[in-house]
Design a protein. Structure first.
Length: 393
């Protein structure tokens, strides 16, 4: 079309269109000036009520006899009296134009829930807990696992198995767990969801008496309690998880074994593959020194396999947050153990040290297991069986 528009004045337009295989009508449409907009008057609706009729309808609807009645009731009463004004829908239109239509019933407005934002920089600052259903021998029968973990180190500080979910059991579980750990209640925050035992008045009274700060998840937002949910997934994804438990004793035995393994032998990815017991009881430096020695020996034997230079053992994060305001979790600022600060004589001074995601040496077993622990072999790992901190009824 650009070629046709630049056709010399002596060349007929029709001949040029035929030579180029273009349509004369298309050329005319593209080169014609835009047509001026046609003026349009207000749209007329022949069935619309006039202003006087609308004023009459509004006056009847606002009268003392019908001011508190819906349009359908007004229409029925007027028809019974031999009067017809308009349809029910037109009455609603007249009321809406006058701004007199709204929900007649008082509606409760729910303000947006505050986002829980928690940050733990040391053990025994934030505990998070939940009640989990475990399937019983048949459909419709469940057992209830009350589990509380330390947010900073994912350490299970207490658990209870019961055959029902009650406020009394929840209060007893919370009070006994705090007491057994020797935690200062005034410096402790307990994070939980909005289940009936958590939001009960007696639970709030207990926390107020102890001086514990309560934190709640938002309704229907499971991400507000992610660490407890992740631990429950770890439980149900175990290769020997039975799916259903034959009796409370079966569930209690399984949970005791699992929580002992979780605390003492489970190398947690969120803790740089240290166990919760290592970081809870302050054994990070000792275990990290053994890991660093193994990495140094491997680096000396085959430095060509470490393309990023001499590896350094990563340490657990120095803070753990729920719904942080800013970026990701800050890595640990603790210095590595002394063994990692001394480079081997064969290490070139220009090598770069980068974090490694694998540990060469496994961590040792927990030296301070939960009360009543006894070793039990499950799958390919050896886990420490843990008894209940609270005796079930």
């Amino acid at each position: 079309m650009a070629v046709l528009e630049q056709t010399p004045a002596g060349v007929p337009v029709l001949a040029a269109c035929r030579a180029l295989g273009a349509s004369r009508a298309t050329l005319d449409r593209r080169t014609a000036p835009p047509a001026p907009p046609r003026p349009r008057g207000p749209r007329r609706a022949p069935r619309r009520l006039g202003d006087e009729e609308r004023a009459r309808v509004l006056a009847v609807l606002d009268s003392a006899a019908y001011v508190d009645q819906p349009p359908a009731e007004v229409d029925g009463a007027l028809l019974s009296a031999g009067t017809y004004l308009c349809s029910v829908r037109t009455m609603y239109r007249v009321l809406a134009a006058a701004g007199e239509v709204r929900e007649r019933r008082a509606q409760r407005r729910h303000p947006p829930r505050a986002v829980p934002r928690l940050c733990a920089t040391a053990p025994n600052q934030v505990f998070t807990w939940d009640i989990t259903k475990l399937a019983g021998p048949v459909a419709g029968i469940f057992y209830y696992a009350y589990v509380m973990i330390d947010l900073f180190r994912r350490y299970v500080v207490g658990w209870l198995l019961a055959e029902r979910e009650t406020v009394a059991l929840a209060e007893r579980f919370v009070a006994d767990t705090i007491g057994a750990r020797g935690v200062d209640p005034t410096a402790l925050t307990i994070h939980q969801d909005r289940g009936a035992p958590m939001t009960s008045g007696s639970m709030a009274q207990l926390c107020a008496t102890l001086g514990v700060t309560q934190s709640f998840s938002r309704p229907r937002v499971s991400d507000d309690n992610p660490f407890r949910e992740a631990q429950f997934k770890t439980l149900t994804y175990q290769p020997d998880y039975p799916g259903r438990f034959d009796a409370p004793s079966h569930a209690r035995s399984y949970l005791g074994t699992f929580f002992g393994w979780h605390n003492d032998d489970h190398h947690h990815e969120g803790l740089a593959l240290f166990t919760p017991a290592d970081v809870y009881f302050g054994r990070v430096a000792e275990v990290a020194a053994r890991r660093q020695a193994a990495l140094d020996a491997a680096f000396l034997a085959h430095p060509e396999r470490f393309v990023r230079g001499r590896p350094v053992v990563p340490l657990p994060p120095r803070e753990v947050t729920i719904n942080p305001l800013t970026g990701p979790t800050i890595p640990s600022s603790e210095p590595p153990p002394e063994a990692s600060l001394r480079p081997s004589p064969a290490v070139p001074p220009g090598d770069r040290a980068q974090p490694s995601s694998r540990a060469a040496q496994p961590a040792s077993g927990a030296s301070e297991p939960l009360t009543g622990a006894s070793p039990v072999a499950r799958s390919s790992a050896r886990r420490a069986s843990t008894s209940l901190p609270v005796t079930p009824p």
